[in-house]
Design a protein around this ligand. Structure first.
Ligand code: ARG
Ligand code: ZN
Length: 877
C-alpha cells in the first residue's frame, strides 16, 4: 500500500519526554520505555475524549504496558504485527512499555543490531520501531534520556546521544551509563553504541569560545586510521561557522566506525555512526579517492547537525530538504578544501551517469515524491544529488549574500521544528524578494529536462540570436511536463578565444551572463556582435539538464582550449571524445575493426599533454575518456560490446601515437619526498596513474614494466591499487596472478582492503570473470550479510563490468537475481539497491531485455519484502 504526501496529517499525540533503558544481551535485549504523552489539542475528540494513541512497533516481543503506573490487562490495548494501539487515554499521561528484541538476529541492519560483536543502531528512516513502541515519524520530537546497561567486560564503552550524566557499576559484572540529550529530536536521530572500542580524542573551540570534546570510536586495530576523519571533522566545524554561521551545540561530538552498515553514515545527534569505509583511512590501506570520500562524508554528517537535526523534516516526502541541502553544503566544502573545478567535474559526471539514468528509468521520481511504498527506497540519487543541484540553482540565482541571508532566516525560523521544502524556499524568497512559484516545479516534476540550443549570427544586423527550447520526456505516472526555470550560464567566445561583451536588449551584461529560460522556447538576441562567435553554454553545469547544441568537432576542440570556464573546457573535451568514440562504435557495428580514431581527438590530446602544465588534477580529468556508463546513457539502445571496444581501441590508439608523451607524463609525476595526503600529491598520483593506464592500454613492455615496478615499490594504496588493477585487467595475465595472492595474504585481516581486492578482480574485462565472481562468493572474506562485501563484489561487477554483466547468455543476470533472492530475506534495503541494473532492461536490445525480464519475474515469484516488491513492480509495470 502506497503512502501519499497529500494524506499528511499532524500527529494526534506529542511525546514531551522519552526515557529509555536498555539491558543489552545479543539475543534478548530488554527495552523499557517511558513516554510522557500529551494529546494535541486540535486532535481531541469532544471535551474530554482523546483520539487513539497508535504506536509503531515491529519485531518486538511485548512484556508489559502500563499507563500512569497501572499495568494494563491484555484487553486494554490492541497489538498487531506493526502497531500498538491504546484507546481512551487521559490527555496527558505517562506510558511505560517493556519489550524484548533480538539484535543478534537482525540482518536487516535497521534498529538495534550487532556488528563485529558490538551493538549499534540505524534508525533513519523507520528503524526505531524495531527498538520499541513509538510514534516513529519525524514530526514527533522529544528530549531523550537513555540508560544503557551491559556486561562490562564485553561492552566497556556505552554511548548514546547528548551528554553522559551518570555512570556506575551493577551486580553480575554489569555497568551502566545514562545519557541526556537536551535537544528536541525525532526518534530517527536516536543512537546507541556498546562495545569494546578505543577512541581518538581531540577538541574544537567554537566561535563563541565553547570547548567541544571530539571522539572517534573504533575497534583497537583501526586506531591508526582515524587521523584523516578527525582533521576533516575539525575543518568541517570551522567551515560551517565561517560559511553558514552554524556553531555546534553540545559539549561532545562522537563518531563510531561500524563494519556492517547499509549506507555511508548517519547523523544521529551528537553520535554519528559511520560505515567504516567512510571514516577509516590511512595511506597504506585507503586510496586518495577514499580519503576524499571520508572528508566529504564526515562533513556531510556534521553539517546535518543544523540541516537535518536542529531543523528536521516534517515527513519523509521532505527528505531532500535535509539531504539535498546537506549534499550541496558538503560539495561546497570539498570544493573549498580541494580543487573546485575537479569537484564539480566529479559531481556532474556522477549526476549525469547515475542520476540521469534513474530519471530515465522505471523508478524515476521527483525530488519531492508524491507517494512511496517503502521509504528506504527513496534514499536515491534524485533526492540527494539532484536535490543538491536544485539548492545550487537557488544559491546561484540569489548570489552569495542573499543566499546566506536566506539560510540564516531558514535556520532562525525553523530551529527546533520539523519543516517542509516550502519553509526553505519561503525563507529564500523572503530574504531575496524573488518569486519561486515556477521554480517549485523542480521539486514536483520527475525526469531530466532537455534544452536544445541553436544560434544564428546575422552579419548585417551584427546580432547573435540564441534560441533555447526545453522539453521533459514523460516519466512513469507523470505524462504532462511544464516548463521549468532553467538558469543557463553562458558566454560568447570570439575567434581569438575571448569572451565577448554581452549586450541584451540594450543592457550590458559583462562577459558572462545567466539566461533564465522559463518558457518552452525563448530567443535571446545579443547585439554588437561583429563576427560569428562560438557559444559556451551551461557553464559550471548551471542546471541539471541535457544540453544539445550542434557543435562541430573543430568548435569543441577550440572551446576545450579557450573557454574561460574550466568546467566547460572539460565538458567540450568530453563531447569531442564522445563523438570520436561514436565513430568507433559505428565501425565496430559494421564489423570494421581497423577504424582509426578521429585525428582531432589525437590533436586535442597532444595539446593537453604538451601544453602549459596547468592544474594537474583538472588535466587528469581531461585525459579521462567518458566512462562506459556515461557513453551508454547517450545511446538510444545500449550496445555494451561496441562501447567497450570503442573505448579500449581509442585508448590504445592514443597510447600508440602519444607513447613518449605518456611516458614523460608518468615520470614527471612520480612521487618526490614523503607521501602526504595533500591535494597536490593526489593530483600528481592521478595524473601518473592516468598515464600508466594508457600505456597499459597497449600492453607494451614499458607499460608492463612500469606497472610491475610501481606495484613493488609503492607505499600507498592509490599507487598499489592502480598498478595491481591494470595488471589484473590485462589480457596478458591470468586471474591466478601471484600479485593478487600476495595482496590477499598481506591484507586478509583488513576487511576494507579485502573489499578492494574483490573489486579489482570483478572488474576484469575478460570473459573468465564471471566464474571468478562465483568463486569469490565462496571466499572466506566474503559475506552476504555484510553490505560492503556485497557492494564490492556483486555491486561492482553488475555496475561496472558492463560487458560481462550483460553477457548474451544471461549468466550475469542470473547471478545477480540469485543474490537478490537471498538478500531479500537477509537485508531488504540492500537487495532493493543491488537489483538496479536489472531494472534498466528497456535500454537494451530485445534479447537482453527478455533475459533480464525473465530474472525479474523469477524474483517476483518469491515472497518479497516491501523494498524489493516496490522496485520489481515498478520495473515490470
Ligand atoms: N541520513 C543519512 C545520510 O544521508 C542516510 C540514512 C540512510 N537510511 C536508510 N534507511 N537508507 O547521511
Ligand atoms: Zn545525509
Amino acid at each position: 500500500a502506497a503512502i501519499h504526501l497529500a494524506d499528511y496529517q499532524a500527529p494526534a499525540w506529542q511525546v514531551l519526554e522519552t526515557r529509555l533503558t536498555f539491558e543489552l544481551e545479543p539475543s534478548a535485549t530488554r527495552v523499557t520505555t517511558v513516554l510522557t504523552l500529551e494529546c494535541n489539542p486540535d486532535a481531541a475528540i469532544g471535551s474530554d475524549a482523546t483520539p487513539p494513541l497508535v504506536l509503531n512497533g515491529e519485531h518486538l516481543t511485548l512484556e508489559r504496558v502500563s499507563v500512569d503506573g497501572r499495568v494494563l490487562a491484555s484487553d486494554e490495548f490492541t497489538i498487531s504485527e506493526t502497531h500498538l494501539t491504546l484507546d481512551g487515554l487521559p490527555a496527558r499521561c505517562e506510558l511505560e512499555t517493556v519489550v524484548v528484541i533480538d539484535p543478534a538476529a537482525n540482518t536487516a541492519l535497521e534498529g538495534l543490531y550487532v556488528s563485529s560483536g558490538m551493538f549499534c543502531t540505524q534508525c533513519e528512516a523507520e528503524g526505531f520501531r524495531r527498538i520499541t513502541y513509538y510514534p516513529d515519524r519525524p514530526d514527533v520530537m522529544s528530549v531523550f534520556t537513555t540508560t544503557v546497561i551491559g556486561d562490562k567486560a564485553h561492552y566497556p564503552i556505552l554511548l548514546s546521544n547528548g551528554n553522559p550524566v551518570e555512570r556506575g557499576e551493577l551486580e553480575g559484572g554489569r555497568h551502566f551509563v545514562t545519557w541526556q540529550d537536551p535537544h528536541l529530536k525525532p526518534c530517527y536521530l536516536f543512537a546507541l553504541v556498546a562495545g569494546d572500542l578505543v577512541k581518538h580524542a581531540d577538541s574544537f573551540t567554537t566561535m563563541s569560545g565553547r570547548d567541544v570534546a571530539l571522539e572517534i570510536w573504533v575497534e583497537p586495530e583501526n586506531l591508526d586510521k582515524t587521523q584523516h576523519a578527525m582533521t576533516s571533522l575539525k575543518a568541517s566545524m570551522k567551515w560551517d561557522e565561517e560559511v553558514y554561521g552554524r556553531e555546534y551545540d553540545l559539549d561532545i561530538f562522537m563518531i563510531v566506525a561500524v563494519n556492517d552498515f547499509n549506507m555511508g553514515a548517519m547523523e544521529n545527534k551528537g553520535l554519528n555512526i559511520f560505515n567504516s569505509s567512510c571514516v577509516l583511512a590511512n595511506h597504506d590501506t585507503a586510496t586518495d579517492a577514499a580519503f576524499q570520500r571520508v572528508e566529504g562524508v564526515v562533513a556531510h554528517e556534521y553539517f546535518h547537525n543544523w540541516s537535518g537535526n536542529r531543523v528536521t523534516c516534517r515527513d519523509w516526502f521532505q527528505l531532500s530538504l535535509k539531504e539535498g541541502f546537506t549534499v550541496y553544503r558538503d560539495q561546497s566544502f570539498s570544493a573549498d578544501m580541494n580543487s573546485a573545478p575537479v569537484k564539480r567535474i566529479e559531481d556532474v559526471a556522477m549526476l549525469r551517469t547515475a542520476q540521469f539514468a534513474e530519471d530515465a528509468g522505471p523508478t524515476a521520481h521527483p525530488v519531492r515524491p508524491a507517494s512511496y511504498i517503502e521509504i528506504s527506497n527513496f534514499y536515491t540519487l534524485t533526492i540527494y544529488e539532484k536535490g543538491s543541484e536544485v539548492v545550487r540553482m537557488v544559491a546561484n540565482l540569489l548570489g552569495k549574500e542573499a543566499f546566506r541571508r536566506g539560510s540564516d532566516l531558514y535556520f532562525a525560523q525553523n530551529d527546533g521544528r520539523a519543516a517542509t521544502i516550502e519553509d526553505f524556499i519561503s525563507a529564500m524568497s523572503e530574504a531575496s524578494g524573488r518569486d519561486f512559484t515556477q521554480f517549485m516545479r523542480w521539486y514536483a516534476q520527475a525526469g531530466t529536462p532537455e534544452v536544445a540550443a541553436s544560434g544564428v549570427f546575422d552579419a548585417t544586423a551584427k546580432t547573435y540570436t540564441l534560441t533555447l527550447r526545453q522539453t521533459t520526456a514523460p516519466t512513469p505516472g507523470q505524462n504532462e511536463k511544464l516548463p521549468l526555470v532553467i538558469p543557463v550560464r553562458m558566454g560568447l567566445v570570439s575567434a581569438d578565444g575571448h569572451d565577448l561583451p554581452l549586450v541584451l536588449e540594450g543592457a550590458s551584461l559583462g562577459s558572462e551572463s545567466v539566461l533564465e529560460l522559463t518558457e518552452a522556447e525563448q530567443s535571446f538576441v545579443f547585439t554588437g556582435i561583429e563576427h560569428a562567435p562560438v557559444p559556451s553554454l551551461l557553464r559550471g553545469f548551471s542546471a541539471p539538464v541535457k544540453l544539445g547544441f550542434d557543435y562541430s568537432r573543430e568548435q569543441l576542440a577550440f572551446l576545450m582550449q579557450h573557454d574561460s570556464d574550466g568546467f566547460n573546457r572539460w565538458e567540450c573535451g568530453q563531447r569531442l571524445a564522445l563523438a570520436a568514440l561514436e565513430d568507433l562504435m559505428a565501425a565496430f557495428q559494421r564489423g570494421d575493426k581497423q577504424a582509426h580514431l578521429d585525428e582531432r581527438l589525437l590533436a586535442a590530446y597532444r595539446f593537453l599533454l604538451t601544453g602549459e602544465p596547468t592544474d594537474r588534477a583538472v588535466l587528469a580529468e581531461m585525459l579521462t575518456l567518458p566512462s562506459e556508463a556515461y557513453i551508454a546513457e547517450q545511446q538510444a539502445v545500449v550496445d555494451v560490446d561496441a562501447i567497450h571496444w570503442a573505448r579500449k581501441t581509442a585508448k590504445a590508439q592514443l597510447a600508440t601515437v602519444l607513447r613518449e608523451e605518456f611516458v614523460a607524463l608518468y615520470h614527471a609525476n612520480e612521487q618526490q619526498g614523503e607521501y602526504a595526503p595533500t591535494f597536490e600529491q593526489m593530483a600528481r598520483r592521478s595524473l601518473k596513474n592516468a598515464a600508466l593506464s594508457y600505456l597499459m592500454g597497449i600492453e607494451d613492455k614499458e607499460g608492463m614494466r612500469l606497472a610491475q615496478a610501481q606495484l613493488a615499490a609503492a607505499h600507498n594504496m592509490t599507487d598499489v591499487r592502480a598498478a595491481l588493477t591494470l595488471l589484473v585487467h590485462s589480457s596478458r595475465t591470468e586471474l591466478g596472478n601471484p600479485a593478487l595472492k600476495a595482496f590477499a595474504e598481506r591484507w586478509s585481516h583488513d576487511p576494507l582492503v579485502m573489499d578492494q581486492w574483490f573489486a579489482i578482480q570483478v572488474t576484469r574485462p575478460q570473459a573468465d570473470v564471471l566464474d571468478r565472481v562465483r568463486f569469490l562468493m565462496e571466499h572466506p572474506a566474503f559475506s552476504l550479510t555484510n553490505p560492503n562485501k556485497v557492494r564490492a563484489l556483486i555491486g561492482t561487477f553488475a555496475g561496472q563490468n558492463r560487458v560481462n554483466f550483460h553477457r548474451i547468455d544471461g549468466e550475469g543476470y542470473r547471478l545477480l537475481a540469485d543474490v537478490v533472492i537471498e538478500l531479500n530475506r537477509l537485508n531488504p534495503d540492500i537487495a532493493a539497491r543491488i537489483i538496479t541494473p536489472l531494472t534498466r532492461f528497456k535500454r537494451f536490445d530485445a534479447a537482453r531485455q527478455a533475459l533480464m525480464k525473465t530474472e525479474l519475474e523469477r524474483i517476483r515469484n518469491e515472497k518479497l519484502s516491501r523494498n524489493v516488491y516496490e522496485v520489481v513492480e515498478k520495473a515490470l509495470a
